[in-house]
Design a protein around this ligand. Structure first.
Ligand code: 5GP
Length: 179
């Protein structure tokens, strides 16, 4: 197993989520909202975020896969689970663990827009903005991250580490360090 170095502990994450939840609750006050988490990585973030919201929401998940068993974006994205809720004329908030190149998000926004929602906004706990290959705008960002590969709190490396309560930087060997 590769070494991991602490990046954000659970208290840090709680603070980021509390700030995000306040902004979202204010912005969508008196409006309908469907929160759509991107599987698998966002499942823990979404569950903590929605419990901090002071507004009623509907919750759904969409499955997207762009990474295989390693840390390199394949730039090929496929839907692995479709949404179940009808989002026609509804406000949609996509919840993602981390946005990197933005290719996954561009693909999912276009996909969700095909269901004719009223609005689509994006919330990401972490944002690797410097690595962006698209001009997608993230409406709610928990924290910007310079680079490296992060695991824990829903984020995996080869499907492992998702259950860690904090977020860690993976120490990759030089041959693996392509990020
Ligand atoms: P993008 O399409 O923006 O390049 O990649 C987005 C996806 O890559 C995210 O859904 C996330 O699952 C994965 N990803 C990007 N950076 C990291 C990272 O540092 N750690 C992990 N575990 N996944 C990442």
């Amino acid at each position: 197993m590769p070494d991991i170095l602490p990046f954000l502990n659970h208290e840090d994450i709680k603070r980021l989520i509390s700030a995000l939840a306040k902004r979202i609750s204010t912005d969508y006050r008196d409006q309908d909202l469907v929160v759509i988490g991107i599987l698998k990585g966002a499942f823990i973030f979404l569950s903590d975020l929605v419990r901090q919201l002071s507004i009623p929401v509907e919750i759904d998940f969409i499955g997207a896969s762009s990474y295989g068993q390693n840390t390199h974006s394949s730039e090929k994205i496929r839907i692995t689970k479709e949404i179940d809720i009808d989002i026609l004329n509804k406000n949609v908030l996509i919840v993602e663990d981390i946005v990197d190149t933005g290719l996954t998000m561009v693909f999912l926004v276009e996909h969700l827009k095909s269901f004719s929602p009223k609005t689509v906004k994006i919330c990401a706990l972490l944002d690797k903005k410097e690595r962006r290959k698209t001009d997608i705008h993230i409406d709610y960002v928990g924290q910007r991250v310079a680079g490296g590969f992060l695991v824990g709190y829903g984020l995996d490396y080869g499907e492992k580490y998702r259950n860690l309560p904090g977020i860690y930087r993976l120490k990759l060997s030089s041959s693996e360090e392509k990020l």
